[in-house]
Design a protein around this ligand. Sequence first.
Ligand code: NAD
Length: 354
Amino acid sequence: MKLLVTGGAGFIGSAVIRHIINNTHDEVVNLDKLTYAGNLESLTEVSDSSRYAFEKVDVCNRAGVDRVLKEHQPDAIMHLAAESHVDRSIDGPADFIETNIVGTYTLLEAARHYWQSLEAERRNNFRFHHISTDEVFGDLEGPENLFTEQTPYTPSSPYSASKASSDHLVRAWHRTYGLPALVTNCSNNYGPYHFPEKLIPLVILNALEGKPLPIYGKGEQIRDWLYVEDHARALYKVVTEGTIGETYNIGGHNEKKNIDVVHAICDQLEKLAPKKPAGLASYRDLVTFVTDRPGHDLRYAIDASKIQTELGWVPRESFDTGLRKTVQWYLNNQEWCHRVQDGSYQRVRIGVGA
Ligand code: NAD
């Protein structure tokens, strides 16, 4: 099987590609524009494989996407390419509308024409898997409620509204044109190779440098955390075994308040990096509360029973084991972090000095 993965140089896309190359015999084509969030250094462990290919293409570029489909002839598409950072979507929504909505539309049209051109057996087996987020459901009411596949969409931020739009487009292309599509909506991911603007890596790296750990509001927001490698396994299961036309919610059953996540990271660091910056008694002393993000949803939590019952997927990592692995990974991979922080990961990928 040959899979076209869009956004494969990002946090989750690179985990999906490492999972496929390391655990299956499948081939992967990584289609990525390499925005600031794309980092080919997250793929060094698999990029020498003869089963891996990279194409620097924007999903909004129809001619570019058409060429990649024609040349590589994939059996399935996993669409992860997106602008993904909520704060950036508030400061500048345009790129989110362009990539998440127009880009998904462009990819759907290219995929539809490619799929229709395939001979019968390959056409019958083709799949378009759209990867989305639980943020499309908006704020959860009450402490007990969970997002199911039937929960109505009420997105709050430009990011989640653009992802909600893209989910609707994918379902419409299935319903109207018969494109064999599947959608997954997943909770917050964490783990290795996470870009340091996101909560967990930001807190780890700031703490190691003795910098403040900025927490929105009082840190009361609740998110359901999933270790990224568990998500990658779930996505591969859905694209290979999921039922066409279905949606699967994916989550880790790990609901945590942001402040508790930050404290848990500090506690891991006390054990794994006890030698603290000069003058610092405890990593927790670095916690600093800052003005809340506008439109900040209070609670997200996923009911992942459908993917468990129908496809037999359950997460392998608890929040404790996953967080320990994550903190240890950042401690062991300071070079990757420094190259992201000083921007050199972007210079290497376009060949400066080569
Ligand atoms: P990311 O920001 O780390 O990576 C996005 C990737 O897409 C980057 O490699 C970037 O270069 C690429 N990209 C951006 N615009 C592009 C374009 N126009 N054309 C081609 N490539 C482009 O994101 P992520 O955290 O890995 O998320 C991947 C997907 O999973 C997204 O669709 C996101 O909405 C979804 N998701 C993320 C989370 C999470 O917690 N991170 C949770 C649920 C769902």
